[in-house]
Design a protein around this ligand. Structure first.
Ligand SMILES: O=C(O)C1=C[C@@H](OP(=O)(O)O)[C@@H](O)[C@H](O)C1
Ligand SMILES: C=C(OP(=O)(O)O)C(=O)O
Length: 410
């Protein structure tokens, strides 16, 4: 599906949007619910990634295909490996077979798990025979993906002796690890994170409890970008959000303040409002804690004509696509003075945006959604626009709600 996007006729925006639950919190909560059925979940994500997770958790034998969902791939690997009697081939999209899982597989093997690679050493598909795991100490690199760590931590309470992780190297995407531990705490599972060591104590059952998933902050980022690129006075209210979020991407509120956007929390919602022009002409941010908003922020800065220097992007090359290359290619098509390395991105100030450009999305939902706000500055085509369903199936309808013109062109 190819979509043509044009700006609303009025660029002073005022609207309310309801966003569904965080996919990260949802996929953690679903796994915990599979281990402890007394857990209820409210405000589940309606994303493809949450659906494949839900489906996968119900399967005991055979093939589980998690498509593009990194969290499902990584979280289910530990889940199946530690459940006696399960025999699963865990696979996904072509891109998933290029996203590394070696660190996780080696950690699980050293705990006694039976996992074989189905094609290439270090990558999915995985053949997993579930076993009872009694060893409880493992050391693993922490600088490639936090999902390996969250995966082990989520399954840890179901292990007879719990688990102690020794994290080696600089820990990346730390808020996602803290989110995992916070959810364990919410359901009464004792855990401790001190220095480079994380401990999780075992638990056989959990009291009846309902986990309320906060709405997705990464999805909120596209509205921050829209407000930043709109006229002063524009505002969008998003729900349901809270100030003490478990999601690291809630740092958006602080980052976008520099771009003239203020956030007000009230009654489970946030009002994001453009209150003035950007306070900087070169935004500097380290996104090692919030890698998923790198695309949104770089496109906003380009739309505003300001520069940016984004660091801490070393995980972007192994996500849905190589996001640094994809940003470099697509922003260059629009005339952006951009350069990237394998861990940072630099954009210089610019004065114009090329028109009649079709943005390629590389099977990456965030490429489609991050570029969409630029329609406020120039008409735009987004190729393969259906990719958004990975995290945000309602995205194009929500843009229409803001009076963007969104029409199919082939
Ligand atoms: O644990 C999670 O829910 C996630 C962790 C992050 O991955 P990395 O730890 O690989 O950076 C993030 O990019 C991803 O979208 C979701
Ligand atoms: C990187 C992402 O997801 P995952 O790693 O779970 O596929 C994302 O949603 O931006």
């Amino acid at each position: 599906m190819k979509l043509k996007l044009s700006a609303p006729s009025k660029t002073l925006l005022k609207s309310n949007i309801q966003i569904t639950g965080s996919k990260s919190e949802t996929n953690r909560s679903l796994l915990l619910q599979a281990l402890f059925p007394s857990i209820g979940i409210e405000n589940l994500s309606n994303s493809d990634d949450a659906q494949v997770m839900q489906k996968g958790l119900k399967i005991d034998k055979g093939v589980v295909d998690i498509h593009h969902a990194g969290t499902a791939m990584r979280f289910l690997t530990s889940f199946f490996a530690c459940q006696e009697g399960k025999e699963i081939t865990l696979t996904g999209s072509q891109r998933m077979t290029e996203r590394p899982v070696k660190v996780l597989v080696e950690a699980l093997r050293s705990l006694g798990a039976d996992i074989e690679y189905g094609q290439n050493e270090g990558y999915p598909p995985l053949h997993i025979k579930g076993k009872k795991i009694t060893k409880n100490k493992v050391s693993l690199p922490a600088n490639i993906s936090s999902q390996y760590i969250s995966s082990l931590l989520l399954t840890a309470p179901s292990l007879e002796n719990g688990l102690e992780l020794d994290l080696v190297g600089k820990i990346t995407s730390v808020p996602y690890i803290k989110m995992t531990l916070a959810l364990l705490s919410q359901i009464g599972i004792q855990n401790e994170f001190e220095g480079n060591t994380i401990k999780v104590w075992p638990k056989t059952d959990v009291a009846n409890i309902s986990l309320v998933v906060e709405s997705d902050w990464s999805s909120a980022s596209y509205f921050y970008s829209i407000v930043a690129l709109s006229d002063v006075g524009s505002s969008i209210t998003l729900s349901a959000y809270k100030e003490d979020s478990l999601q690291g991407d809630s740092v958006l509120a602080t980052i976008y303040r520099q771009l003239g956007v203020e956030t007000t929390f009230s009654n489970n919602s946030i009002e994001i409002k453009k209150t003035g022009e950007s306070k900087t002409d070169n935004l500097m941010v380290d996104l090692a804690d919030a890698p998923d908003i790198a695309q949104t922020i770089s496109v906003t800065c380009f739309g505003l004509g300001i520069g940016c220097h984004l660091t801490g992007l070393h995980t972007l090359k192994i996500k849905e696509t190589d996001r640094l290359e994809a940003l470099n290619t697509e922003l260059s098509k629009l005339g952006a003075p951009i350069s990237v390395t394998d861990k940072d991105l630099t954009l210089k100030t610019s004065e114009s945006i090329k028109s009649d450009v079709a943005i390629d999305t590389y099977n990456d939902h965030r490429m489609a959604m991050a570029f969409a706000p630029l329609a406020l500055k120039t008409d735009l085509v987004v190729n393969d626009a259906g990719v958004v369903s990975k995290s945000y199936p309602d995205f194009w309808n929500d843009l229409r709600q803001l009076q963007f013109e969104v029409s199919q062109v082939d």
